[in-house]
Ligand binder design. Structure first.
Ligand code: NDP
Length: 254
């Protein structure tokens, strides 16, 4: 007799875990913070300008019965990025999941991008990710999870004007693969998620360049922050997935 046993999925796979989402006051970061809380995690988030928005996310996480903490920390500041990790681990007692989400987008022709632009975007999108990850990895034990938000542009660049931003997001692929090798023996995974065009303040679905972006996807539409958060949540609890790139891009890179 063929017996197939099914088990219901765990409704709270992150119960007892502490997660930190950088740039969690708005957009993909806020959706991810709420999704991780729904999956059972206590959640901390960083922000820079959006104090009220960050407090609103904290309130909504609290309403889900989870502990929540907002820390003002500029990812462009080398000291603040690492200090945020220490504050979170100190106040919430541990750090199990890091979502490197904070990022800035700066597009434009090569000749218009200044050395200051390069420094600024590298500081947030690359150096901040590196330093936050380094501080978090020092705090994580077995089962630690690092999920970094890259971009579909790291897999396919459909037009001009994306040199600087794409360079920074491509760097995160190299970081992730090397992290997987270095942290794997400690039972810590590292993966990178490449969103396609996602409707947020950074890239509104009714913005001037939106139609062209939607047209490059196979599905012909923008994605939502919740659609990205679902994949991040999966990776936050997956055991045998590391060093990998995942697109949630509606077929942008197909
Ligand atoms: P938003 O601009 O909507 O939100 C950005 C978030 O990051 C805010 O919470 C903001 O906080 C925070 N943030 C910005 N700068 C810093 C900083 N220096 N230090 C700490 N936090 C900061 O962006 P998205 O949600 O769209 O993007 C999130 C990530 O997804 C980024 O890494 C982006 O590159 C990536 N991405 C987005 C895509 C899209 O189409 N939307 C496509 C591909 C990748 P505050 O409000 O307090 O300033």
């Amino acid at each position: 007799m063929n017996t197939t046993r099914t088990t219901d999925p765990d409704p709270a796979p992150l119960h007892g875990k502490v997660a930190l989402v950088t740039g969690g006051s708005r957009g993909i970061g806020a959706a991810t913070a709420l999704r991780l809380a729904r999956d059972g995690a206590d959640v901390a988030l960083t922000y820079v300008n959006g104090k009220e928005e960050a407090e609103d996310v904290v309130r909504r996480v609290g309403a889900l019965g989870r502990r929540a903490l907002a820390v003002r920390a500029d990812a462009a500041d080398a000291g603040e990025a690492a200090d945020a990790v220490e504050r979170v681990a100190g106040q919430l007692g541990a750090l199990d999941v890091l979502v490197n989400n904070a990022g800035v987008g700066l597009l434009g022709p090569l000749e218009d991008l200044t050395a200051g632009d390069v420094d600024r975007v590298l500081a947030v999108n690359v150096r901040g990710v590196f330093l936050t990850t380094r501080a978090a990895a020092a705090r994580m034990g077995r089962g630690g999870r690092i999920v970094t938000i890259g971009s579909c542009l790291a897999q396919r660049v459909p037009g001009p004007g994306a040199t600087l931003y794409t360079m920074t997001k491509s760097a995160l692929v190299g970081l992730t693969k090397a992290l997987a090798r270095e942290l794997g023996p400690r039972g810590i995974t590292a993966n990178v998620v490449h969103p396609g065009p996602i409707d947020t303040d950074m890239n509104p679905a009714d913005g001037p360049n939106a139609d062209g972006q939607a047209a490059v996807t196979a599905l012909g539409r923008f994605g939502t922050a919740d659609e990205v958060a679902g994949l991040v949540a999966y990776l936050a609890s997956a055991d045998y997935v590391t060093g990998a790139e995942f697109a949630v891009d509606g077929g942008f890179s197909a």
